[in-house]
Write a protein that binds this ligand. Structure first.
Ligand code: 5GP
Ligand code: ZN
Length: 114
């Protein structure tokens, strides 16, 4: 999608601070980090929200989760712990409508989340 911020990162029109990339997934540092480590893991394919996933995307979502775990290792937070979050639509505070997995680490997390 030409008017999607994260598709522009996939196409190279905007250059993010990339921490991981493969054929299906791109991961980069959040511009407004909410923890010492805050990475967004996105599929290269445009999918707007969690509600728009179907069976054909099951492998893709698995790749996003595996990428997050690998980045957590790479960034040194895997043993102490980290959180992964996907916000879906208004009540969850989704602001970019290209699905993304937040990977947050480097500090203790609170529960329940706000
Ligand atoms: P959401 O609220 O949709 O779950 O998360 C969107 C995230 O994208 C936010 O954490 C926000 O800081 C991040 N973000 C928005 N614009 C940019 C940008 O231009 N570059 C990067 N790296 N992150 C962005
Ligand atoms: Zn997109």
């Amino acid at each position: 999608m030409t008017d999607c911020l994260f598709c522009k990162m996939v196409s190279g029109e905007i250059t993010p601070d990339t921490v991981y990339e493969d054929d299906h997934v791109l991961a980069f540092r959040d511009i407004n980090p909410q923890a010492p480590l805050h990475v967004l893991v996105i599929p290269k394919q445009h999918v707007a929200t969690l509600n728009d996933l179907d069976e054909d995307h099951a492998g893709l979502v698995g790749k996003m989760m595996l990428a997050a775990a690998s980045i957590a290792q790479q960034e040194g937070v895997a043993e102490k712990g980290y959180r992964t979050v996907i916000n879906c639509n208004a009540d969850a505070g989704q602001t970019v409508f290209h699905i993304h997995l937040h990977l947050l680490g480097g500090r203790p997390m609170h529960w329940p989340p706000g």
